[in-house]
Write a protein that binds this ligand. Structure first.
Ligand code: ADP
Ligand code: SF4
Length: 713
């Protein structure tokens, strides 16, 4: 067991933030304060139950008054590939550890029960998906959902009730009905787009609300004596007259059901609207949509909006817009946010930057990752904690060369461990790529990555900051550091090589060429500019926005069929494509840049290879990066003779210098180095793994007739 030192901040009186620390009754339970971690996906689900439980437990330790699970499917006809399940009591062992962890931290445990209807395809179970009216399932799968008849509706109500009872058995305090994000059957029934029924469950709003009302009543009846019943509802779908809106049916539904749930958890739908990135929205971006809710219901209301500012939270409670500050991403970036506010340790709050790397982990079905908090998802697996780190266990003196995200992160945690650490940076300011990229449109929040770390470092007597110093191999060899981390970053390639081209593009010398590094250093093209985005994340798109706004005629070229294709995982892609279509002169998808001639760029169709020319004065190549690792190689070469001897420092590369990637990856790399003083690959995994235990002899369920499986059908 790891014994933790005291927190670096001590709980004190909350002072003027006291309203955030008042308890509140939610039906039969009471939350201790106003910090509410709303349900959020995390890529862990039933594959990583211990990791999921500990991640939730750390948030409870961090002071959140309620901590909820992600969505939890109630039946095998709602088979989401990445979420929790409560199909029957056999799933309880997955959920109970999470409840125990959350309770151990003093928080209420919430569970978001869900049936995804035709939002899912049920590839695994092969159950035909269910919908209010027959329709193809979401996306592109060749699957149709069938219209539910009245017996199906009775079944659904029974499944929900059974799941609620099992949730209560597991010890949950808050049980959800999930009618949000256009993702579940209750909201499919509410929607005029999806519900074309002519029976008592379709047509008028009263009829479309019927199923949701019944589910709420059933759940209250089943578990309401001990559990609060929460309704998660998207009051505005942001799709215009075809959807629910906060001035139309969204508002009417809140009025119709006003006092039925014990808690209203409100947001906007779909998830790409609810989980907008900082590139497209500010803190509090949902307020205009949700602020009516408290005027219509007397029940507690929780809402979200990437809230990280204590003053903003206080204003929301004091002005009566919300009763509870909801958070998913801010609780991921800083699981100890409530305790820090309580202690008045505002500088220590690690603010979410709104990048949605966390959302991408879920889409990719891997345990949660976060740009700001590299410990998330590693709490159980590696025993990492967002606030604690083991004290130093060697006498190393550490030099870190390069003050980008990797170097800053490494220095922050090495200092906390007690290692004497020197962080040297060539530029006059620290931050590396975070500071440079923050100058691009929509990315100013990236500054927070450097800001938080510098705040911590300036308070740490173990760390010396040395800006404005380019470190050479000779300098290092003149020192007596025992451990040297080279965190010198990477440079964008200027020859067009990358995913599409393994060799330099022809005609390079005859054409004015720029890279993202040039753009960020204020070297800018003019006139007709071709941007070749073979990187597919955000940089190509933001440079297109920047140059188009500056008056360039931008032709955006990508070999993929979508612009900034990887941002599908961060849910931003449709917004980016819209913005580029609106701002660029031309957007050429499924197209490669293949060469240059004076006044022209040569393009080629990704599928047919057919070529064409576009008039161009310059090109920006956003293809791949190359590690800035000359110093590392100089050092290892110079030390070659001394390696293995007591006087040779241990040299490692971290961050983009080791392998270019996301800022989140650079931060993680710096953190890993601070924890382990190394970044080597090991023969065995240096982390715990969840074990799937074969259950070969499990009896087959009875299948002759439905009576034995279907309760009271
Ligand atoms: P990462 O994402 O891996 O942290 P960055 O490119 O953001 O990488 O940061 C690398 C930092 O290293 C930059 O701020 C750069 O100025 C600095 N740097 C590069 N070479 C040297 C050097 N020889 N001495 C000191 N600092 C350096
Ligand atoms: Fe916020 Fe980005 Fe962390 Fe998600 S990954 S919590 S958006 S900082």
């Amino acid at each position: 067991m790891i014994l933790h030192p005291p927190l670096p901040f001590q709980p004190s009186t909350a002072g003027r933030f006291t309203p955030l620390f008042q308890p509140l009754a939610i039906g039969p339970v009471t939350i201790k304060n106003r910090f509410y971690q709303v349900p959020h996906c995390n890529g862990m689900n039933r594959q990583h139950p211990s990791a999921m439980a500990r991640m939730r437990g750390v948030k409870a330790d961090g002071g959140w008054g309620a901590v909820c699970t992600e969505q939890c499917d109630i039946h095998y006809s709602s088979c989401h590939p990445r979420e929790l399940r409560l199909w029957d009591e056999g799933d309880l062992p997955i959920l109970i550890p999470a409840v125990e962890q959350i309770h151990a931290g003093g928080a209420l445990a919430g569970i978001e029960l869900a049936h995804n209807g035709f939002h899912v395809h049920n590839f695994e179970t092969r159950a035909i998906p269910l919908a209010p009216s027959g329709a193809p399932t979401r996306g592109t799968a060749p699957i149709h959902a069938r219209a539910m008849d009245l017996a199906d509706i009775r079944d659904l109500r029974r499944w929900h009730r059974l799941a609620a009872c099992n949730a209560k058995r597991a010890g949950f305090d808050i049980v959800y009905i999930y009618a949000g994000h256009d993702m579940t059957l209750p909201v499919h029934f509410l929607s005029r787009r999806h519900n074309q029924r002519s029976d008592a469950y379709g047509g008028s709003l009263e009829n479309r609300v019927r199923l949701l009302r019944e589910l709420l009543e059933d759940t209250k009846d089943a578990v309401g004596d001990r559990c609060a019943v929460a309704l998660r509802f998207s009051v505005d779908e942001m799709v215009g007259p075809n959807g629910l809106s906060c001035q139309g049916e969204g508002r009417d539904i809140v009025a119709m059901l006003a006092e039925l749930p014990d808690l209203w958890d409100v947001n906007v739908g779909d998830f790409s609207n609810d989980g907008q990135t900082s590139r497209f929205s500010e803190e509090g971006f949902q307020e205009n949509y949700i602020s009516f809710v408290k005027t219509v219901t007397g029940k507690p209301v929780v809402g979200v909006g990437r809230y990280t500012s204590p003053d903003r939270m206080l204003a929301l409670i004091n002005s009566g817009v919300l009763d509870l500050i909801g958070a998913a991403r801010p609780s991921i970036a800083d699981p100890f946010l409530p305790k820090k506010i309580e202690a008045g340790a505002f500088d220590d709050i690690r603010e979410c930057v709104g990048c949605n790397v966390c959302v991408a982990s879920d889409k990719l079905a891997v345990p949660l990752r976060c740009t700001q908090n590299p410990t998330i998802g590693e709490e159980w697996r590696r025993g990492w904690h967002p606030e604690y780190i083991a004290p130093k266990d060697s006498n190393d003196r550490v030099l870190i060369i390069g003050g980008g995200p990797a170097g800053l992160e490494a220095a922050t945690w090495l200092g906390r461990r007690g290692y004497p650490t020197l962080l040297a940076e060539r530029d006059g300011i620290f931050g590396g790529r975070t500071i440079q990229e923050a100058t691009l449109p929509g990315l100013s929040a990236w500054r927070r990555i450097a800001d938080w770390r510098l705040q911590q470092l300036r308070k740490d007597p173990n760390v010396t900051l040395l800006p404005g110093n380019e470190i050479t191999a000779e300098v290092v060899l003149d020192t007596d550091f025992t451990l040297v981390a080279v965190a010198t970053g990477a440079l964008w390639r200027s020859d067009g090589t990358g995913r599409s081209h393994s060799r330099a593009l022809p005609g390079l010398g005859s054409f004015p060429l720029f890279t993202p590094d040039d753009i960020m250093a204020n070297r800018r093209p003019e006139g007709r500019v071709v941007i070749f985005d073979d990187d597919h994340y955000y940089i190509g798109g933001v440079i297109a926005e920047l140059l188009a706004t500056a008056g360039c005629e931008v032709t955006f070229v990508t070999p993929e069929s979508l612009v900034s294709a990887w941002t599908v995982n961060t849910t931003e892609q449709p917004r980016i494509q819209k913005r580029l279509i609106e701002s660029c002169t031309a957007v050429c998808v499924s197209t490669k840049l293949v060469g240059f001639e004076a006044g022209f760029a040569e393009l080629s169709c990704s599928f047919t290879g057919q070529r064409r020319h576009v008039a161009a004065d310059a090109a920006v190549l956003v293809t791949a990066q190359t590690p800035r690792d000359t110093l590392y190689h100089d050092l290892t070469a110079a030390l070659g003779m001394r390696l293995g001897s007591d006087s040779a420092p241990h040299i490692v590369r971290i961050g983009d210098c080791l392998a270019p990637g996301t800022i989140a990856a650079a931060v993680h790399s710096g953190h890993l180095f601070a924890r382990t003083l190394d970044n080597a690959l090991h023969d065995r995994p240096p982390f715990r793994r969840e074990n799937v235990v074969p259950d070969w002899d499990q009896p087959m369920p009875v299948r002759s007739g439905c009576a034995s499986l279907n309760g009271d059908r």
